[in-house]
Design a protein around this ligand. Structure first.
Ligand SMILES: NC(=O)c1ccc[n+]([C@@H]2O[C@H](COP(=O)([O-])OP(=O)(O)OC[C@H]3O[C@@H](n4cnc5c(N)ncnc54)[C@H](OP(=O)(O)O)[C@@H]3O)[C@@H](O)[C@H]2O)c1
Length: 237
């Protein structure tokens, strides 16, 4: 059983992963901005074993919260061998953005790239000690190709993919394995504005949770670096 940090676990993909891994008996430590959103749900600390379940404040914009979350987790679990990065935002800033939209670009950079970077850096020594550390990152198809008017989101996800490659390279000899999961549309709040594609034909968060669960069963020699999944055909050339 693993000792897992999951960011962005308040809803969407992160929440689905948390529910699945909790059911499977892993120790899970959830980083969320508003703990009260999980009260009276299966992810309420009162409904779980405090030796195996932590709900902690985490805001990707606040480096100190990453530090405190890790410290608190290690105090209870003694270590951390897995991080699943699900916290992320989308903004529809296009190439010729208005001057006042520059803050959206900065916001994307801070949450989608610096957030997982800082969290990984602070947990790195623990991942290393385990000799089979795992880092799973929710990237996106937007981190593989640029499409539509999502210039800034795509920029952040390409940068995140590059971060995944570096983490893989630097972690390899220490037994750390990285998987970048790149879905197209997933049926969560993030995709709620998509009206030209049926929600039930999108990738479902529970299916990504199943992928994560499978990844955690594989040995160091068999971890895929990248999992790209489309809910709709894309012809790239
Ligand atoms: N849905 C899709 O179609 C899709 C496709 C490809 C990739 N992805 C990626 O998958 C990841 C999860 O997306 P999702 O669909 O689950 O989105 P979602 O339902 O919108 O959930 C986003 C999660 O990120 C958290 N978050 C946002 N800003 C944060 C911050 N500053 N600090 C800490 N947590 C923060 C949210 O917390 P709050 O509840 O506090 O806001 C929430 O838990 C994202 O990285 C996204 O880019 C999603």
């Amino acid at each position: 059983m693993r000792k897992i940090l999951i960011s962005g676990a308040s809803r969407g993909i992160g929440k689905a992963i948390a529910l699945k891994l909790l059911k499977e008996g892993h120790s899970i430590s959830l980083g969320v901005r508003k703990k009260e959103n999980l009260i009276n749900t299966p992810l309420d600390p009162k409904k779980n074993d405090p030796r195996k379940f932590i709900l902690h404040n985490y805001d990707a914009l606040d480096k100190k919260s990453a530090e405190k979350w890790i410290k608190e987790t290690v105090k209870t679990f003694t270590s951390i061998d897995t991080i699943i990065h699900c916290a992320g935002i989308i903004k529809r800033t296009n190439l010729l953005f208005n001057d006042d939209e520059i803050q959206d670009i900065e916001h994307l950079w801070k949450v989608n790239v610096l957030g997982p970077w800082v969290l990984t850096k602070k947990a790195w020594n623990y991942l290393k000690i385990s000799k089979s550390g795992r880092i799973i990152v929710l990237v996106s198809m937007s981190g593989k190709r640029s499409k539509g008017n999502l210039a800034s989101y795509s920029m952040s996800k390409f940068a995140l993919m590059s971060l995944c490659q570096t983490m893989r390279n630097e972690g390899w000899e220490k037994g750390i394995r990285v998987t970048a999961i790149s879905p197209g549309w997933v049926n969560t709040d993030m995709a709620k504005e998509i009206t030209n594609f049926p929600k039930d034909e999108m990738t479902q968060p529970d299916d990504i949770a199943r992928i994560c669960s499978n990844l955690l069963e594989l040995p160091n020699s068999s971890i895929p670096f990248e999992i790209a999944l489309n809910c709709k055909l894309e012809i790239s050339n």
